[in-house]
Design a protein. Structure first.
Length: 272
């Protein structure tokens, strides 16, 4: 259990807003299955994101685009069963909300009904305003996501830092204010200059959670496989690794293979 998590009450969207107003940083991490979600929740995580990064780290795709709504619901259902305290937010996958607001609402309703998660996340600003509003109208909390939005990788052409130029930075600030105004409960800012992210966090009242957006925001999110060192092929500057699980797992598996081959496993006590 984290030393910071004495409060065992369920985390709600309202409590995140309270955390921002009293200056308490919000910790968010991705999870995609029951067992890891349970461990992460028990450690005291505030928000668990069932990210469409599942497409990369669970399914082995190069981008987040291929993952389907059915697959996101499968991951979300597994995560929700392992979580008691954290707020569970689920990404609406590419192609499930950009077409029109009716489609967005139908997708968000499926996630809420079938997985029992508590909120959805949607990438984009003014371009998807109608879709976000329609989802919000159904009483479904929405977390926004601006800056580097991986579902638009084919438009950007690169995973480089976004909003370095003034025009893009001003659009990002305007989008953040719009998302606040229409009722999003929080906002992810991905891979943008720290100074810009700090400005956004100061200018909106909703919590701003950063990934590669510096320390001046209201909270941080990382992809679980990256921070635990399971996926070592991804090393952006913003990533801090808290474990080297790929080495731990490799060593343990190699040890097991060796024990099987040398007939060391199972021994007499490990049989009936
Ligand atoms: O899908 C994901 O993991 C995300 C985070 C990187 C914010 O959207």
């Amino acid at each position: 259990m984290s030393t910071y998590t004495e409060d065992q009450r369920k985390v709600t969207t309202h409590r995140l807003i309270e955390m921002k107003s009293r200056g308490e940083k919000i910790a968010m991490l991705t999870a995609y299955d029951f067992s890891m979600a349970k461990l992460i929740d028990e450690a005291g995580m505030d928000v668990i994101l069932v990210g469409d990064s599942a497409s990369n780290v669970m399914a082995g795709n190069i981008t987040t685009l291929p993952i389907t709504l059915d697959q996101m619901i499968y991951h979300a259902k597994s995560v929700v069963k392992g979580v008691k305290r954290a707020l569970v937010v689920v990404d609406l996958p590419f192609g499930s909300y950009q077409g029109n607001s009716k489609e967005a609402l139908a997708s968000a309703i499926r996630i809420m009904k079938e997985s029992h998660a508590e909120a959805v996340k949607m990438e984009g600003g003014a371009e998807i305003r109608e879709s976000i509003e329609r989802v919000l109208c159904a009483g479904i909390p929405v977390m926004g996501h601006l800056g580097l939005t991986p579902q638009s990788i084919n438009k950007f052409g690169t995973y480089a830092v976004r909003a370095k130029e003034e025009a893009e930075a001003e659009k990002l600030v305007a989008d953040a204010k719009l998302l606040e105004e229409i009722g999003c409960f929080a906002l992810v800012l991905e891979k943008i200059p720290a100074q810009l992210a700090t400005r956004v966090a100061a200018e909106v009242s909703i919590p701003v959670i950063g990934i590669g957006a510096g320390g001046g925001v209201d909270g941080q999110v990382l992809v679980m496989h990256d921070m635990l060192g399971i996926n070592k092929g991804f090393s952006p500057r913003f990533l801090r690794r808290y474990a080297d699980l790929s080495t731990v797992i490799n060593d343990a598996v190699a040890h097991y293979i060796d024990d099987v081959k040398t007939r060391d496993f199972p021994n007499e006590k490990e049989q009936y």
